[in-house]
Design a binder for this molecule. Structure first.
Ligand SMILES: *Cc1c(COP(=O)(O)O)cnc(C)c1O
Length: 238
């Protein structure tokens, strides 16, 4: 890796970390926020650089194949790798038992596939339920109306630990609009995840990306998922 790239990664990462600290202070209270580096399309060596030089402890991939390609190198350095994208049932075998957290549980079918894999290999898997907060047809995630019933259904899967919720706000240039969705997400999170169910653990709320992480923190996020601000704009045609 060039010295120039190292400097760019380090500067970007430290700038984001500083902005997170500021937003956390602004929010007040003592709930910490974790930065998840969303590393899709960027090589493992970028993540490794950030682990070894900047204290990165959490990263996330949204495609099974990329997850597999980077997992060994990253997890050997004690950095947790999460799965943050839509997970197809036939890809569960590559992800379950490896991802610290699957952020995107969105169907009973996927839950039963995870359960089956975990039973077979004697594993447990922490997951977040993904909510489609803007009810967008093009987005994955379940509707907020279905959430209570979905959580009841998940109680049957004893290999799955429900660790909270992930929310994706619709794309918007308007801060107030984004804030409205995050605020609603936090309220749904409080209503549904802070009551104890038998297979839930200390719940977290994953929301906010490069263009919105500070608002997400102010509105109650525990994990923010930041990609392009750390690694640069993605080029999918490389
Ligand atoms: C890529 C990705 C992110 C990060 O997006 P940026 O806008 O690059 O910060 C967050 N969450 C998910 C699910 C992603 O796929």
């Amino acid at each position: 890796m060039t010295e120039e790239r190292k400097k760019e990664l380090r500067d970007n990462y430290l700038r984001v970390a500083e902005r997170i600290d500021k937003a956390v202070s602004k929010r007040g209270g003592d709930r910490p926020v974790r930065l998840l580096a969303a590393s899709k399309t960027y090589p493992a060596e970028d993540i490794i650089y950030l682990i070894e030089n900047c204290g990165l402890e959490l990263c996330g991939e949204n495609h099974a194949q990329e997850f597999v390609e980077k997992y060994d190198a990253v997890s050997n350095l004690n950095c947790r790798m999460d799965f943050i994208g839509h997970l197809q049932t036939n890809k569960v075998k590559y992800i379950a038992g490896k991802a610290g957290l699957i952020h995107s549980l969105d169907s009973v079918k996927l839950a039963s596939e995870i359960q089956k894999y975990c039973e077979k290999h004697d594993l447990f898997q922490n997951v977040l339920v993904e909510i489609n907060i803007g009810d967008e047809e093009t987005k994955t995630g379940i509707s907020k109306e279905y959430l209570p019933e979905f959580l009841d259904e998940l109680a049957a899967f004893d290999r799955i630990r429900v660790a909270g919720m992930m929310s994706m706000a619709p794309k918007s240039d308007k801060i107030d609009e984004i804030r409205k969705y995050f605020r609603e997400s936090y309220s749904i999170f409080l209503d549904n995840f802070t009551k104890k169910r038998h297979n839930t653990i200390e719940p977290v709320l994953s929301m906010g990306m490069s263009d919105s992480f500070e608002i997400a923190i102010e509105e109650g996020a525990d994990i923010v998922r930041v990609g392009s601000l750390i690694f640069g704009n993605r080029n999918y045609n490389k």
